[in-house]
Ligand binder design. Structure first.
Ligand SMILES: [Zn+2]
Length: 192
């Protein structure tokens, strides 16, 4: 497998080299992301990760793609490729916090707030304002229709008790939520 991975990685490097900075070559790679054959999809994923800022407009298109696998791969490429600190990427990711596919919503939460993967050399346009995680959790995350995701987001919010907006939001959750696990976590955070 490691040998295979190295071959795919080298193939990706070659694809970036051959694209010679032409955006349409990277757009073509977007279509490869939906193909089930890993010999086709993985080199395209890694080429878009290696490409640098030239890939960003293509990835932004990919985030709007009708094919779930393409959208999901673009979210992961933005994260693993280090593009997460680019303002255009975070702005385009925000609406996907309401994507109809739960695993995409989960990946978007990770990518928006993952500091570990960010690579300044891949981000041409820096974030002008810090993303307000607490506000997003309160407005979107704790209302996620998927129970597992909602549990995670409530747990995330409970980690931010120092923020004065959290307590009233948790009190609201106590009134409206029916899941016993969420209720227990919330009560513990509020020390009830
Ligand atoms: Zn990450």
């Amino acid at each position: 497998m490691e040998k295979q991975a190295r071959a795919w990685w080298n193939q990706a490097t070659q694809m970036v080299k051959e694209a010679k900075g032409q955006t349409d070559r990277f757009t073509a790679m977007l279509e490869q992301l939906a193909i089930r054959d890993t010999n086709i999809s993985i080199p395209a994923i890694w080429a878009l990760q290696q490409a640098g800022p030239i890939a960003i407009p293509v990835l932004l298109d990919g985030l709007q793609h009708t094919h779930t696998t393409v959208r999901r791969n673009c979210v992961d490429i933005i994260d693993h490729g280090g593009y997460g600190g680019d303002a255009r990427c975070s702005e385009a990711l925000l609406p996907l916090l309401r994507d109809r596919i739960p695993h995409i919503r989960r990946a978007v939460w990770h990518t928006l707030f993952c500091e570990r993967c960010r690579d300044e050399s891949k981000c041409e346009i820096g974030l002008s304002v810090e993303l307000d995680q607490v506000a997003l959790l309160i407005a979107i995350g704790v209302n996620d229709p998927n129970l597992k995701l909602r549990r995670q987001r409530v747990a995330d919010l409970c980690q931010q008790m120092a923020d004065p907006r959290v307590r009233p939001a948790l009190e609201q959750i106590l009134l409206a939520e029916t899941d016993s696990e969420i209720l227990a976590v919330t009560q513990r955070a509020l020390k009830l």
